[in-house]
Design a protein around this ligand. Structure first.
Ligand code: ZN
Length: 280
């Protein structure tokens, strides 16, 4: 039998442990980790050389945690999350559409594409940057309405012929129900709050021979160049092919996220994702 004082001490310790666990669990589900508590790595043994005039200051983000915001299926952004310094991207955009980006990111994309052009590759356009919560909401609602108006090839691909036959065609139904339609839409589009594009820190690239964002981007000269050089401008390939389990998204060779040169270099050479880096 423990002396009374000792028992009280054990009880206090247990209470303290429970409180600590609760507190750290709360912190883990913070939907907006604005300034993640990570050590920005020192530049590794990499020499950064540029052929064009590059303002290296804009590529560095040491101490600026807002460039490490995590927006994924487990960390949605709130409706009010709008990047502070949005500007219109002044470089080449797909069919000259207006693309908004966080100011530093806009400059970094411009630097990167200029350097690429200096290396002889000019077939590259930005097709998407910042997307607001309400834009994403509309986009998702449109996709949902479209999926519910029939049974699309995407629905067949997602559920398989047997499922569709059993639940729909054999019953004489020709339109997906809302539950199934939502599942299909989620397989190719993020719900409002869950898109990284709401951060204003990422871009989708496209080439003139593409009409939609698909895997063919992987065969472009621009993709080959980006694969070797994007980190020098602070960008990472956000959804790599082999990391679908970690990122929650299938492979997107066209989607690049700005995290600053220090972090991009660390992620590139360690073969990580942003999720893995922030947890390391
Ligand atoms: Zn994207």
């Amino acid at each position: 039998m423990m002396p009374k004082n000792n028992r009280q001490f054990v009880k206090l310790l247990a209470a303290a442990l429970v409180l600590t666990c609760l507190f750290s669990a709360c912190r883990k589900v913070d939907p907006r980790p604005e300034t993640p508590d990570v050590d920005i790595p020192e530049d590794p043994d990499v020499t950064y050389t540029y052929h064009t005039e590059v303002d290296e200051d804009i590529l560095l983000t040491a101490g600026a945690g807002e460039y490490l915001i995590l927006a994924n299926k487990e960390h949605p952004l709130s409706k009010d999350h709008v990047p502070e310094n949005l500007v219109e991207y002044s470089g080449k955009t797909y069919y000259e559409k207006e693309v908004m980006l966080e100011a530093r990111v806009a400059q970094a994309v411009l630097s990167m594409t200029r350097e690429m052009e200096a290396d002889g590759i000019s077939d590259l356009f930005v097709t998407s940057g910042y997307r607001s919560y309400t834009y994403q909401q509309r986009l998702f609602a449109n996709y949902l309405a479209s999926e519910m108006s029939g049974i699309s090839t995407e629905a067949y691909a997602y559920f398989g012929e047997d499922y569709i036959a059993k639940n729909y065609t054999q019953k004489g139904l020709t339109k997906l129900n809302k539950t199934d339609a939502t599942v299909v839409v989620k397989s190719y589009s993020a719900e409002a709050g869950y898109s990284e594009h709401q951060t204003g820190l990422c871009v989708d690239f496209i080439t003139s021979t593409m009409s939609t964002l698909d895997r063919s981007f992987e065969t472009s000269e621009a993709f080959a160049w980006l694969s070797e050089n994007a980190y020098r401008f602070g960008f990472i390939l956000r959804y790599p092919e082999t990391k679908e389990e970690v990122t929650g998204y299938s492979y997107e060779p066209w989607h690049y996220r700005f995290v600053g040169r220090e972090v991009a270099t660390a992620i590139y050479f360690r073969g990580m994702t942003l999720e893995e880096f922030l947890a390391s």
